[in-house]
Design a binder for this molecule. Sequence first.
Ligand code: COA
Length: 198
Amino acid sequence: MIELLTERLRLHPLDLDDLDDLWRLDSDESVMRYVGSGPVADQAAHRERMQELVVRFADSPFGLWGIRKLENDTFYGIALLIPFEDSPDIEIGYRLLPEAWGQGVATEAGRALIRYGFEALRLGRIVGVTHPDNAASRRVLTKLGLAYRGTRAQYGQDVAYYVADRGVADATGEAKPAGSEVDKTVELSVAPTVGRHG
Ligand SMILES: CC(C)(COP(=O)(O)OP(=O)(O)OC[C@H]1O[C@@H](n2cnc3c(N)ncnc32)[C@H](O)[C@@H]1OP(=O)(O)O)[C@@H](O)C(=O)NCCC(=O)NCCS
């Protein structure tokens, strides 16, 4: 994993130092309303699970990124690019502390990851899933250039399923527009090495 810089944000590979911030995020009821099985209650178990994830993705181009304000390093939340179920596809996701909502942070971070995925990693497809009632998340996926492909059963519930294919996403002008906002706001700060998934 590499660090990604945008106009306002620093996306950094999530580290063991970030576990307290992550706990603040994952134990927040409003953040977790539509995520997994809701807010996490057991801090020790959460710590253990997150440690495993950090280790699992340490040598991978995929994983979880912390999102921080570039200016002062304030923690905003996390974004992820991880293998999607047993398919060769990669899933994008994000969740932010409530104080960061409504400022375009998820879209800015997501665009950095979409560009990293398609341009640097040369992924063929990036998918996204969300609770069908999660209108803000659905809107972000659309703004990132992913197209709605109906609902599907996942994680024991029906989720809204979104897909961006590299060529199609390029053509929409959303995910990878040459000379657009994305190019101005995203820098890939280090050339990544493409390795095994997870
Ligand atoms: C979903 C989430 C990441 C969005 O982050 P954000 O930084 O506020 O998103 P952005 O500002 O980039 O974009 C949000 C878009 O959704 C729209 N939106 C927000 N709330 C909405 C609602 N209730 N109904 C419809 N649209 C909504 C915004 O207007 C904006 O669209 P616009 O730019 O066209 O106006 C954030 O709300 C969050 O972390 N929620 C809790 C965790 C979560 O649900 N994560 C997704 C799990 S799949």
